[in-house]
Design a protein around this ligand. Sequence first.
Ligand code: ADP
Ligand code: MG
Length: 398
Amino acid sequence: MALVDLEKVTKVYPGGVKAVDGIDLHIADREFVVLVGPSGCGKSTTLRMIAGLEEITSGQIRIGQRVVNDVAPKDRDIAMVFQNYALYPHMTVLKNMAFGLRLRLLRGPIWQMLHRRDARKIKEQIRTRVVDAARVLDIEHLLDRKPRQLSGGQRQRVAVGRAIVREPAAFLFDEPLSNLDAKLRVTTRAELKRLHHRLKTTTIYVTHDQEEAMTLGDRIVVMKDGVIQQADTPLQTYNCPVNRFVAGFIGMPPMNFFDGAVKMIDGQMIFEEGSGLTLPGNGFTLVVPPHLRERLIGQVGRHVVLGIRPEHLYTRPLESSAPLKVKLNVIEPLGNDMDVYASTDLHDHVVGRVEAQGGLEVDSRMTLYMDLRKAHFFAPGETGMNLSQTSESAHAIA
Ligand code: ADP
Ligand code: MG
């Protein structure tokens, strides 16, 4: 068990790629933290630096009380599971799982000092640990099989089992479920969560899949271009994204964004899509809801971006909603819900996730209703800050 602490950690690869740019991250003992972000944002590099597989260019990494910058990977007391978990094909599951421990406990100087009888005792202990881990993972009945006699999901569990038996201070996972089919990914994900609940070992998990991140993490760390954008609980990240990037990355289908401007008209604060400032022509207008007026007062006359999630669009008006006239392009039934893809005069990709219903017709005009209690306003640009947040929540601590 251990905390993991990164201070101003930077990685510049030979050739000059800055993969990780001065990140600070404090992971508590027993915490399950997920690093999430698009491909190339520096997740694997971060994990590999923690593991010691990649040298850090500057900064400091601590595991427990120890600074590990110069500690060899094998001495860092961590176990890592990769997407491509190589199992030894000629060894049984039991031997595969025991291999790392045997190497550590039965080779080298300790082994030479040991009496035969002690060695037997250690072998028995290893076996007990393997069987215990196999029981936790529900693969006890597979211990005598060879990897080729296992399904993909079973092999993945063996790879996790191999990490568990080492009883490390922390687990590191790098996209461990990517090779599994969609259904198996969901069940294995639930198992990993249960496993953490049971073992309570500090876990750092990397994925590009925002849904996996949301379901697994006590905390999720959203990265972009080697920089941490937000490190927060899944719910806080979803409800209060600090900037447009996080808002667009977390949640599926992604949040809708409308460029426009804030204006005062007859003493009323309104948001106008397009408004000549950002796009030619005039789009829709709406009255800025009361709870956001004070925060947007400094934005009057400026370009801002309205953000509204698909699940906050409705086909009927609510008390707090504003209408959005659209042309319906595609309907995707999902069972209980359906996704409607629509366009406005200025925007050809608006998505709503609404309750499944009949009577909607593709190519027809309809009105969607945006629940303004759930609206966000962002500064322009890819990582424009969330203007609708209070300053405390906008500076989520990593
Ligand atoms: P992620 O895991 O988030 O997809 P990586 O950490 O693998 O991202 O990569 C981050 C950046 O560093 C990318 O631009 C990638 O091309 C670059 N990179 C990764 N490994 C190396 C390497 N060994 N040498 C040079 N550049 C690398
Ligand atoms: Mg990666």
